[in-house]
Design a binder for this molecule. Structure first.
Ligand code: NAP
Length: 282
């Protein structure tokens, strides 16, 4: 039976560290804050935004929510971002994705000041991640690294297989593992014989978006399995990409869903906001 990597517990530690630093900034007369912009009424996005507000309250950040109607134009959204970029009371800006189809996500993400880009989606920050000189770590991949560290999993020299090559998870995940001296394979929907690749993984990260996608026969005995997926199963229950019940019998350690990578992503967002605030106060 695999050890369970408890994301909630590790996230609570990260948030407690952030809260202690935020308290110090407040003692010095600062009131750091995060602005979250939501366009439209996607129910999942609403849940994410509410969670981010809760996290801000927990660590002591001011949170500013901008809930805009679905008909908001790209020009109006750009105008709001310009205002937030110029607002010294706002240290981090996050635009909740996905945006309505008539708004170009790239245009919006590029408009956010790279110094306030706490999601690390701006090309400048993406480039920094590539060369290993980063101000903001991409939230989900950085959360995964924190989880591996928390169980004493040494990435150095390990074969790491990432399933998924998205800009927000798969690619930066591969890069962070590479910076920690992992030997990295990134798989995707065109990978020939995926199971052949995944069976070689000492560390397997699944970021596919398909329930029960990773089965026990795809996992090397003793591997560490990280499940980034957030899906709904046939019963409407939240689940990951990994067939948990069978894979936990093969893996040495595994993340659950819920209670795994999700809380870590949120905790790293708080840490990035703190980093942004400290940099801007220098
Ligand atoms: P995405 O943009 O849809 O990317 C999915 C990736 O999976 C793509 O690279 C795709 O390959 C690959 N893929 C799809 N079918 C495959 C197959 N049959 N074999 C191999 N690879 C396949 O999704 P994402 O944004 O990266 O998110 C992935 C999952 O993580 C989702 O469930 C999402 O909800 C979850 N997520 C969770 C968190 C968290 O905090 N826990 C954060 C972000 C995302 P191609 O590129 O070839 O299409």
């Amino acid at each position: 039976m695999a050890a369970i990597i408890n994301g909630k517990e590790i996230a609570a530690k990260v948030k407690a560290e952030v809260a202690a630093e935020v308290a110090k900034l407040k003692e010095m007369g600062h009131n750091p804050g995060l602005a979250v912009v939501l366009v439209g009424d996607n129910p999942a996005s609403r849940v994410y935004v509410n969670n981010k507000k809760k996290d801000c309250e927990e660590v002591g950040f001011a949170s500013y929510e901008y809930a805009l109607p679905a008909e908001t134009t790209e020009a109006e959204l750009l105008e709001l971002i310009a205002k937030l970029n110029a607002d010294a009371g706002v240290n981090g800006i996050l635009v909740q994705l996905p945006l309505p189809k008539h708004i170009c996500e790239q245009t919006i993400l590029h408009a956010i000041s790279s110094a306030k880009d706490v999601d690390a989606f701006h090309p400048e920050n993406v480039g920094r991640i590539m060369i290993g000189d980063y101000s903001f770590l991409p939230c989900t991949p950085a959360g995964v690294i924190e989880m591996l560290d928390s169980i004493g999993c040494d990435i150095n020299g390990k074969h790491c297989v990432v399933i998924g090559r998205s800009n927000i998870v798969g690619k930066p995940m591969g890069m962070l593992l590479l910076h920690r001296n992992g030997t990295v394979t990134i798989c995707h929907s065109r990978t020939a014989d995926l199971a052949e690749q995944t069976r070689q993984a000492d560390i397997l990260v699944a970021a596919v978006g398909k329930a029960d996608f990773v089965t026990a026969d795809m996992v090397k005995p003793g591997a560490v399995v990280i499940d980034v997926g957030m899906n709904r199963n046939a019963q409407g229950k939240l689940c990951g990409d990994v067939a948990y019940d069978e894979v936990e019998k093969v893996a040495s350690a595994i993340t659950p869903v819920p209670g795994g990578v999700g809380p870590m992503t949120r905790a790293i967002l708080m840490r990035n906001t703190l980093t942004a605030a400290k940099e801007q106060l220098k």
